[in-house]
Design a protein around this ligand. Sequence first.
Ligand code: ADP
Ligand code: ADP
Ligand code: ZN
Length: 214
Amino acid sequence: MKIIMLGAPGAGKGTQAKKIADKYQIPHVSTGDIFRANIKNGTELGKKAKTYMDAGQLVPDELTVDLLMDRISQADCANGYVLDGFPRTIPQAECLEKALSGRNDAVDFAINVEVPDENIVARMSGRRACPACGATYHIVHIPTKVEGICDRCGGELALRDDDKPETVKNRLSVYHTQTKPLIQFYGDKKVLHEVDGTQEMEKVFADIVKVLGE
Ligand code: ADP
Ligand code: ADP
Ligand code: ZN
């Protein structure tokens, strides 16, 4: 099962992708998480990516596509994966399509988690992430048991550098111009499914399970 998550920054792609990965036993592949791991480890790629990420811009396709292709050619991806944050541009989607069709393969589901712009800034300003294990919370909607501490691993939660309101505005405009055309792209391929991302997290997931099957 090869699944793509579409949606604005903060729509809940990562939250839902983690639940999909658990239920269907496939890897959750997040390009954002891979870039953040590179930044944390001080790699050359991380240094290059950080300047774009901090500005709310996309990392150039040249740096992103090979990285993703490498990741999905690893053994654990043989039975499928859920991609979160890739593709984000039409050229990225075309590269993925070309790589898959070379193996007689294609994306099975593109799930668009629909959340209007008005809700996004509040989602992002309340987002807290655990740098140690990658878990994501929300101070109001998905709180931890102890404030500021990860339920899963006890790590100290942090705000993401790019979740400041000014940067969020840039990311939203980048989303509208560069990423939103993917909805049409996957619609044309007849694999697009829309879910209402403004619902409570478990309800959104139930709608996704209806699409993917039990
Ligand atoms: P969000 O979860 O808010 O949508 P991500 O963690 O997916 O954000 O991505 C954070 C940042 O990493 C993006 O704003 C962008 O700079 C960079 N990034 C992640 N994936 C891609 C991609 N496929 N192409 C280009 N840049 C990307
Ligand atoms: P994305 O990966 O699309 O950027 P996230 O999954 O990181 O989005 O979610 C953004 C923020 O919104 C996080 O703080 C997350 O805990 C919260 N969130 C996710 N799903 C919901 C939901 N259905 N209702 C309210 N808040 C949510
Ligand atoms: Zn943790």
